[in-house]
Design a protein around this ligand. Structure first.
Ligand code: DC
Length: 214
C-alpha cells in the first residue's frame, strides 16, 4: 500500500499539496493537523487548558463525533490550542494508532494514502514510500495566511500579528521534546517560497511517479 508522507510548518502549502496529490492519484487523504485542532477545540469548548495534558486526553473520546472538515477548526485560536495540545506525549501516543491504521488501511479501500502533518515521515510512517518536506519563508507563509483570511472575509488580525503568531507556532512545533517538526533524513525538500501550487504539485507528482514507477 503506497504511503506518501508530507510534513512542514504551518501555511507552507503542505495541506493543499496533499489534497491535490490524493485526489489526482485517488488515494485517501488524512490531514493529521485536523486531529490536533479538533482536540484543541474540544478542550477550549470544555473550558479546559490546552497546556494541561489531562484536559487534552479528556478530549480524545469526543473526536469520533467531531467533523474534521469543519471551518471552526481552521481559525487561529484553534491553531494555537492545537499546537499546545500537540506538545503532550500522551496525546501523541493516543492518536498514533489511528494515523498508522489509516495509512495501512485507507477507510474507503483506496489503493494508497497521503498523510500530512509534522511528524509523518519521522514518527507515524517512517517507512513511507515517499516523504516530502514542504517549506517556505515565514514572511511568505504569513502573507498567504493573511490573504486566505481576507478572502474568507474574516475579521482580520494584521499581517504583523499573523507573522508573530506563525513564528511562535514554528518555535513550539520545532522545539517540543516529543516528535518535533523536522525533516526526515530521507525526505525530499520542496521550497514553495517562489512557486505557485501548480508548480509545487507538478514537481511532487513527478517525484511520486518516479518513485512508484507510475
Ligand atoms: O497543520 P496544522 O496547522 O493544521 O496543525 C495544527 C497544529 O497541530 C500544529 O501547530 C502542530 C500540530 N500537529 C502536530 O504536532 N503533528 C501533526 N502531525 C500535525 C499537526
Amino acid at each position: 500500500m503506497p504511503v506518501i508522507a508530507i510534513d512542514g510548518p504551518a501555511a507552507s502549502g503542505k495541506g493543499t499539496l496533499a489534497r491535490k496529490l490524493a485526489s489526482h492519484l485517488d488515494y485517501a487523504h488524512l490531514d493529521t493537523g485536523a486531529l490536533y485542532r479538533a482536540v484543541g477545540l474540544a478542550v477550549l469548548h470544555a473550558g479546559g487548558d490546552p497546556a494541561c495534558e489531562s484536559d487534552a486526553l479528556a478530549a480524545v473520546p469526543k473526536l469520533a463525533q467531531m467533523d474534521l472538515d469543519s471551518e471552526d477548526l481552521r481559525n487561529e485560536s484553534t491553531g494555537k490550542a492545537a499546537s499546545e495540545v500537540a506538545a503532550h506525549n500522551g496525546l501523541r501516543q493516543a492518536l498514533l494508532e489511528f494515523q498508522r491504521n489509516f495509512a495501512a488501511m485507507p477507510p474507503q479501500g483506496q489503493a494508497g494514502a497521503v498523510l500530512d502533518g509534522r511528524d509523518i515521515g519521522t514518527v507515524i510512517c517512517p517507512d513511507a514510500d515517499i516523504k516530502i518536506f514542504v517549506i517556505a519563508d515565514v514572511e511568505t507563509r504569513a502573507q498567504r495566511r493573511f490573504d486566505e483570511l481576507s478572502a474568507k472575509g474574516e475579521s482580520l488580525p494584521d499581517y504583523a500579528t499573523i507573522l508573530s503568531q506563525l513564528k511562535e507556532r514554528d518555535h513550539r512545533d520545532q522545539n517540543r521534546s516529543t516528535a518535533p517538526l523536522k525533516q526526515a533524513d530521507d525526505a525530499y525538500l520542496l521550497d514553495t517560497t517562489n512557486s505557485d501550487i501548480e508548480a509545487v504539485f507538478e514537481s511532487a507528482l513527478t517525484l511520486v511517479k518516479k518513485k512508484l514507477g507510475l
